[in-house]
Write a protein that binds this ligand. Structure first.
Ligand code: FES
Length: 216
C-alpha cells in the first residue's frame, strides 16, 4: 500500500498500477491508516514538503520515503536528501525507481528496528532502551560518551538480564554472578561467563535511531 502526498494525477495513476494508494494534499489531511505503507510518496513542490519526512518517520519508521520533483531544482533535491528522504527522483522516473528501490528496502526493513528519536538521547546516558522481542533476542541500547551501542541483553553464563546490572563507563556487570562485558565490543572482561556477548550496528537515519541486524 502506498501513501501519496500529492494531487498529481499522473503520479497517482502510476502508483495505482503497482498497488493500493491513499492520497491527500497534506500529511495532516490523510485519513486514518491502519496498514503499514510500503512507501510514502511526497510531491516536493508542495508547501512544507521537507518537514513531512520527519513526520512520516515518526509514524512509520521503516517505511520508504520517496520525493519527486516536477521541475529541475538541484537545491531542493539536495535538501530533500539531507532531510531524510530515502529516494529523490523526477516525476517521470518515479514509478520505475520506486519499484527498484522497494525490492531492496523490504528485505532491509525487516532487519532494522527503531529505538527512539535522536533528540530523545539528549541528557539520557547509560541504558536508553531495552528491546525484548527482536528476531535476535533481547537487546539493550546504551548511550555512552556521545555514541550509541546495542548489545545482547542476556548473560551467556546463566541468562540474567545484563542491562539490569551496573554500568561503569562501557562495562556492564551482570546482576546475578558478576560477569563483566564491554557493551561497545561485546568482549568478556570477567567471568564466570566463558563467552562474550553479541553487539549490533546502530544507525541514525532521518532523526531516528535504529538497531540493525546485519545478514550472516
Ligand atoms: S548469569 Fe550472568 S554471571 Fe551468571
Amino acid at each position: 500500500m502506498f501513501v501519496a502526498i500529492t494531487e498529481d494525477s499522473l503520479v497517482l495513476r502510476n502508483l495505482a498500477r503497482a498497488g493500493n494508494v491513499t492520497s491527500a494534499k497534506s500529511f495532516a489531511g490523510l485519513p486514518q491508516i491502519d496498514e503499514l505503507p510500503s512507501a510514502v510518496v511526497i510531491d516536493l513542490d508542495i508547501k512544507d514538503a521537507l518537514p513531512v519526512a520527519a513526520q512520516v518517520k515518526a509514524r512509520w519508521a521503516n517505511t520508504l520515503i520517496a520525493g519527486f520533483l516536477s521541475y529541475p531544482n538541484r537545491k531542493l533535491w539536495e535538501s530533500a536528501e539531507a532531510a531524510g528522504f530515502d529516494l529523490v527522483t523526477t516525476r517521470g522516473a518515479l514509478a520505475a525507481q520506486l519499484n527498484e528501490k522497494l525490492s531492496d528496502w523490504q528485505g532491509r526493513s525487516k532487519q532494522r528496528v527503531r529505538v527512539c528519536d535522536v533528540a530523545d538521547l539528549a541528557g539520557r546516558l547509560g541504558v536508553v532502551a531495552r528491546l525484548s522481542d527482536l528476531p535476535m533476542g533481547p537487546v539493550a541500547v546504551y548511550h555512552i560518551g556521545g555514541e550509541v551501542f546495542a548489545a545482547q541483553d542476556v548473560c551467556p553464563h546463566a541468562g540474567a538480564q545484563l542491562s539490569q546490572g551496573e554500568l561503569s563507563g562501557a562495562i556492564i556487570t551482570c546482576p546475578r554472578h558478576g560477569s563483566q562485558f564491554d557493551v561497545r565490543t561485546g568482549e568478556r572482561v570477567r567471568g564466570p561467563a566463558d563467552l562474550g556477548i553479541e553487539t549490533y550496528r546502530v544507525e541514525m537515519d532521518g532523526g531516528q535511531v535504529f538497531v540493525v541486524k546485519d545478514e550472516g
